[in-house]
Design a protein around this ligand. Sequence first.
Ligand code: ASP
Length: 414
Amino acid sequence: MANRKLGLTGWILIGLGAGIVVGLIQYLLFPENVNTVIIKWVHDPIGRIFLNGIRLLVVPLVLVSLSLGTAAIGDLNKLGRIGGKTMGIYLATTAIAISIGFALAFLVRPGTGLSIPVDADFGGGQSPFLMDIIVDFVPVNPFAAMVEGKMLQIIFVAIMAGLAIAALGKKAVPLVRVLESADLIIHQMVKFIMMFAPIGVFGLMAKVIAGEGLAVFLPLLKYMATVVGALLIQGFIVYPLFLTILGRLNPLHFYRNVYPAMIVAFSTSSSNATLPVTMNVARTRLGTKESVHSFTLPLGATVNMDGTAIMQGVATVFIAGVYGIDLTAGDFFRVVMMATLASIGTAGVPGVGLIMLSMVLTEIGLPIEGIGIILGVDRLLDMTRTMVNIVGDMMTTTVVAKSENEFDEEIYKA
Ligand code: ASP
């Protein structure tokens, strides 16, 4: 079994590498029309089938595992404690992330002295009103929420159902049995779909690289390097510190355990779509108990986005620099608040970081058109920041599970 698992993650890595190589060869050597045909008939369908396959499990997974997770925690005290710790770490890491983004952007100053044409693709007016985000938390119709995939609303319904199950005790046992069985079935389906992951990851990667090449990234290299640098600091300094200090755990084991989910996050650019895989990794490799990760991970996929927060910080400084606008201390504070709240209110799907950015820019009065400048390179950055987003969720899950003694260190170290 262990060998087969190792085999699958190994194959996913090979799919990733092969996708990059094939995409690059195609981009550099093939005529554009041939390239387009291959992308349209081969890479894109393969990638989308895989993506649809995991996405189709997300709504049932969140609903079932979060209600079971909430019910399993049972008493309100414990739920409050786990919820409090989880949200505390989610918020703290997000605030740290934006600050790192700011600090690095200040050192590098990626936007000064640049005059880059604005890509008119991104119109303004996309930013939702803040209070609506909070009101929207409570759905009018739970089925509509599920059909439309509104994660925050589904989370609300699932937690409320879990609380009701816990309150009813014995009377709710029949439904709990059904949910437990549904949970097993969903996890089995995840396993089936993951067998297709190496090919799916290949398709997703080959499509991006063959379609965009590497040249589009050149003018914005400094901006990209700043974002990636901040992501690396968050991923390889901040999280290991949390794991070592709060969790008293060796971070090396952690990264060896979570990297399969990182690859899927990288190739799908979606924390939500990666959720079935992060759950699977938590269950089989991290050693956290069901009662913790079935609560913290679905929540994190929607509310915790440290990588995206880093991008908000760097992009704000960058866009202000391009337009020659000075930011005040008050602006920074508002960006931190806004980016943190916006990350709670928006689901982890591809490109949502740009919509959050439009809210942040509006808040401090920077021109929204600035987003047009970074639009072209956002695809690749979305991939990298999504990886940090889900690693943050799994780090928090590990630390909370350890502190609650809902943790099997043997599995973690195995
Ligand atoms: N794609 C990111 C995620 O799913 C969100 C974003 O930054 O656009 O986590």
